[in-house]
Write a protein that binds this ligand. Structure first.
Ligand code: SR1
Ligand code: MG
Length: 408
C-alpha cells in the first residue's frame, strides 16, 4: 500500500542516511551536528542535516495526505517521484536554476537533494521588504529554457508524446483544477475571507465575464500539453542567495511536485500573480517604493522568458511548418495566457484554501484593502488579457488600484 511506509523522524534519519551508499560521500551520517525540520509548505516533510565537516543534505518526504489539512485529505505520495523526475529533466536545460537531486527512494517517497541553506525563500525576503534584483529575470529564463527543452520544438514528436504520458500527474492537477479554477467561483466549504472582504469575494464569483475566462483557462490547463511545466511557481518556490544584499547570485526553482505537461503561460502567470501579491502587501504597509518595484517584476520575467525562447527557437527539431511566423503567434498567445493565469492565481490566494503569508500576516485593518486590491487587479488582468497593454501600463493600473483600495 502506498500509504504504509515509515516516515522520517529525528530518530531514524541518521540510520536512513547510513543505509544508502549514495550518501556515503555526501554526508557523514554518524556525525550529524545539525538537524532541522523546515517543511513550511502545504504538503511534505522537509529536513536539513549537516555533519561536523559542514556538509549538508536535504531530505524531502511526501506524506500520503495533504499536510495543510491532515489525513482527512489523502494525496498520492508519488508526487515525490514527479518532483524528482521533473527537477532532473529541468536540470538538463537549466542546471544552475534548480537544486541538484542526489537520490529518489520510491519505497518511502523521499527525495535527497542539495542543501540550499545558504539561500533564502524569496517570499520571506519580500515579506521583510527586501529588494533583491536578479531573481525575476532568471526565473523567466528558467521557464523559457525548460519550456523549450521539453516542448515539441525541443524534443520532437515521439519523445514529446512519451514524455506527456510519463509525466501525468492527475492527483496534483486536480488540486489546481479545484483550488485555482473552480472553488473561488463555486464555494465548496474551503474558502475564507475577512468579513469585510465578503462582498469582494461575492463580486468575484458573480463576475460572469471572469468566470467565462476562467473556464477557458481551466480548459487549456487541462488539455494543452505544451511543455513540462513546474506547476506551482510562486515566490515560495524560489530560493535565492544574495551575498551583497542587492543582487541575487543564485536562484533556484524548487518544489515542482505539481509538474505535468501543461500550458507554458501557467508558470509565468503564477510568478506575475505572486509579484502582484507582494506589491499589495508593500502598499498596505505604506512602502510605495517597494510596491512599484514589485510591480516592475512581471516585465523582467516576461522579457527574459521571451528573449531566451527566441534564442532557442532556431534550434527547434522540425522547422518545416513551425515557421518564424508561428513563433510570433505563440509569443502573443503565451503573453495573454500569462495574464489570464496571473489573475486566476491572484484570486485563488485571496479567497481559496492555501493563502499567502504576504497577505495573511498583515493586520486585518490593512489586510482588507490589500485583499480587495488583489481581487480587483485579478479580475482586470484576466479579463483584459488580450488587450496588448504594455507592462508599464499594467503596473500603473495595478498601482492605482492598490492605492485606491488601501485601508487603515
Ligand atoms: C492542498 S495544496 C494547496 C496548495 O499548495 C501548493 O502550494 C499549491 O499551490 C496548492 O494549490
Ligand atoms: Mg510547494
Amino acid at each position: 500500500m502506498a500509504d504504509q511506509y515509515e516516515f522520517l523522524t529525528k530518530d531514524n534519519i541518521s540510520n536512513y542516511l547510513s543505509s544508502k551508499q549514495v550518501f556515503a560521500n555526501l554526508i557523514d551520517a554518524n556525525n550529524l551536528v545539525e538537524f532541522k525540520e523546515v517543511g513550511d509548505g502545504n504538503l511534505n516533510l522537509v529536513f536539513i542535516m549537516k555533519d561536523s565537516s559542514g556538509k549538508g543534505i536535504v531530505l524531502k518526504q511526501a506524506l500520503p495526505y495533504v499536510r495543510l489539512v491532515g489525513p482527512d485529505w489523502p494525496m498520492t505520495p508519488s508526487r515525490a517521484r514527479i518532483e524528482a523526475e521533473t527537477t532532473i529533466i529541468h536540470s538538463k536545460f537549466a542546471k544552475d536554476l534548480v537544486p541538484e537531486i542526489y537520490d529518489y527512494d520510491p519505497d518511502r517517497f523521499i527525495i535527497a537533494m542539495e542543501d540550499l541553506s545558504d539561500h533564502v525563500v524569496w517570499r520571506g525576503a519580500l515579506n521583510l521588504g527586501l529588494r533583491f534584483d536578479g531573481v525575476a529575470g532568471p526565473l523567466g529564463k528558467y521557464v523559457a529554457k525548460t519550456a523549450f527543452g521539453t516542448s515539441i520544438f525541443g524534443l520532437g514528436q515521439e519523445n514529446h508524446k512519451l514524455e506527456v504520458s510519463r509525466a501525468i500527474n492527475p492527483g496534483l492537477c486536480l488540486i489546481t483544477e479545484d483550488l485555482v479554477f473552480t472553488e473561488p467561483y463555486f464555494e465548496s466549504g474551503r474558502n475564507s475571507v475577512l468579513p469585510s472582504n465578503e462582498k469582494d469575494a461575492q463580486d468575484l464569483a458573480n463576475d460572469k465575464e471572469m468566470v467565462n475566462e476562467i473556464g477557458l483557462l481551466k480548459y487549456k490547463f487541462m488539455t494543452a500539453a505544451e511543455s513540462l511545466i513546474h506547476g506551482d511557481l510562486h515566490t515560495g518556490s524560489a530560493m535565492i542567495k544574495c551575498e551583497d544584499k542587492k543582487v541575487a547570485v543564485s536562484v533556484k526553482a524548487i518544489d515542482s511536485e505539481f509538474s505535468f505537461y501543461g500550458p507554458i503561460g501557467f508558470d509565468l502567470g503564477a510568478l506575475v500573480a505572486n509579484y502582484t501579491i507582494a506589491a499589495a502587501r508593500a502598499c498596505a504597509l505604506g512602502n510605495l517604493d517597494q510596491m512599484h518595484w514589485a510591480l516592475s517584476l512581471p516585465e523582467q520575467t516576461w522579457v527574459e522568458f521571451e528573449k531566451e525562447f527566441r534564442n532557442l527557437w532556431p534550434s527547434r527539431v522540425d522547422k518545416r511548418v513551425f515557421t518564424d511566423q508561428l513563433l510570433e503567434e505563440l509569443i502573443k498567445t503565451w503573453r495573454a495566457d500569462t495574464l489570464g493565469y496571473a489573475g486566476a492565481k491572484m484570486a485563488r490566494r485571496i479567497v481559496g484554501l492555501a493563502k499567502t503569508s504576504d497577505i495573511e500576516t498583515l493586520e486585518p485593518n490593512v489586510r482588507e484593502g490589500a485583499a480587495r486590491a488583489v481581487l480587483q487587479v485579478a479580475r482586470k488582468t484576466t479579463k483584459e488579457r488580450n488587450q496588448a497593454k504594455s507592462w508599464a501600463n499594467l503596473a500603473k493600473e495595478a498601482a492605482e488600484i492598490m492605492q485606491k483600495t488601501a485601508t487603515k
